[in-house]
Design a protein around this ligand. Structure first.
Ligand SMILES: Cc1cc2nc3c(=O)[nH]c(=O)nc-3n(C[C@H](O)[C@H](O)[C@H](O)COP(=O)(O)O)c2cc1C
Length: 252
């Protein structure tokens, strides 16, 4: 089994590890000229962003040639997965793949403009994360199938989410909305954890135009020196089972 994953704060990496198999980082695969993956089972694990998959995961599906008998998608999310599973169904179809199984696992929400992070961390127990992961692991091990019907009502809902929620959030989190404080020691970790190679650190931290809006730079800064203009608090998050070095080796 091969698992291709995208992560900013470790939730998806932790789930990918729990599923087992050979793990491949999507940001690293995307730096290759062509991507070919062949295995009895191939899965994608990634966060929900604005009700959908991250832009890079969508581009990954378009670029890759995946050959498998069992293709699955597991999302991690915090509050509402809205149209994420239908979005995976549609993206899989466009890539010529049959989506055999999809699931969403509710975990800590790392969306800084929406949530007070310390509160998210402290209330994580209520989400019964381990139970959810165990169930998904079991279902995938059994090669369980489930279907997401793309009815016209569902397609309309997907378009609505994409055109309103998605665009609104991504616009409000454009690169110019990052503030780097005087606590910055120019260690370069922000550039290394950025899955999109969007950050350059010289005498200051500079953001380009390819931001995935994943907040890896913000959450993983060892000096907590990167802030969003619209963040709810300065508290930060990384999955308790994942270390900074794991995010570095996933995205560098
Ligand atoms: C820009 C952005 C948008 C997000 N949108 C959603 C969303 O629509 N619904 C949701 O439940 N969680 C949303 N989240 C939260 C993440 O999906 C969630 O915290 C995820 O588990 C993070 O995965 P990671 O730790 O692997 O990066 C969003 C996070 C970010 C940064």
């Amino acid at each position: 089994m091969t698992i291709c994953y995208f992560t900013a704060t470790g939730n998806s990496l932790y789930v990918a590890r729990r599923l087992g198999g050979e793990l491949k980082s999507i940001p690293q695969l995307m730096r290759e000229t062509s991507i070919q993956i062949q295995d009895d089972a191939v899965g994608i694990v990634c966060p929900v962003y604005c009700g959908e998959m991250p832009k890079m995961v969508c581009a990954f599906l378009e670029k890759s040639k995946i050959e498998t008998e069992y293709f699955f998608f597991v999302y991690t999310y915090g509050m509402a997965d809205t149209v994420a599973r239908p979005n995976a169904e549609l993206a899989a179809r466009k890539a010529g793949l049959k989506l055999g199984y999809s699931a969403s696992i509710r975990m800590v929400d790392n969306y800084l403009p929406g949530f007070e992070m310390q509160n998210q961390i402290e209330t994580a127990g209520e989400k019964k994360i381990e139970e959810q992961i165990e169930q998904v692991c079991r279902e995938i091990a059994e090669r369980r199938e489930n279907t997401v019907k793309l009815t016209s009502a569902k397609r309309a809902e997907m378009a609505l989410v994409h055109n309103t929620m998605g665009r609104a959030i991504l616009k409000s989190s454009a690169a110019q909305d990052y503030i780097v404080s005087d606590d910055c020691i120019r260690c370069g970790i922000c550039a290394k954890v950025c899955p999109a190679n969007n950050i350059i650190v010289t005498d200051r931290v500079r953001f380009s135009d390819y931001c995935e809006v994943c907040y890896a730079c913000v959450h993983n800064c060892p000096k907590n020196a990167i802030h969003l203009k619209n963040e709810r608090s300065a508290a930060r998050f990384r999955n308790e089972h994942v270390e900074l070095k794991d995010i570095l080796s996933a995205n560098e």
